[in-house]
Design a protein. Sequence first.
Length: 208
Amino acid sequence: MRPSVIGLAAAAFLGLLFQALSAGAAPRDMSTFEVRQQFASCGFELGNPSSSTPFVVLRDPGATGLRGANARIVMAIIYRDTSAATAAHRQAHQDAETRLGEQWAWSDDHGPQLLAGYGGSVWRGNVALVQSSSRTLASMWTVDAQTDEARVARPELFDLGFDSSGGQYGVDRDFVACLDDPTYAQQALPTPQAAEPPSPVFLPGRPW
């Protein structure tokens, strides 16, 4: 085979290899059903298994049956497609910067807060993850014993910004690993332990 032919063949092979690698690295849009199935296969509990909304509540296994446990709660938000997710990410980032009056680096691993009471966001394709805890969410509201009216107990949790906890991701690694890798098999999920009577706690690393 002549050198020119060898060169053309090598170039064609490298081009196909690059396309294959690029396609493999591209985020894949997922349906709400697929997200539910993927996290269920990793051993997580689904807090709203029959819901038709684009919000999927994820908990540690066994957390639902333990009273007084400060369990992790992750919300998966499924957007129409990656473009819609990117637009939502950009808008939330800009809103948080405006609210704080300072600029933050763009990141899919440490995105802005999206929901009151939850930490920073992790973005993969058309899915965003945010994390909180049962105690934090329970501490957001209080009920007046005389009027039976619900009132905001922790208004600071409603001021959305960025989570500066400094971890690898804005959400615990096991949740991110499950979303990143469909073949991920959860080996040792932490089991929530019974706790003292619930008391208000702050999520680590919040800017306030």
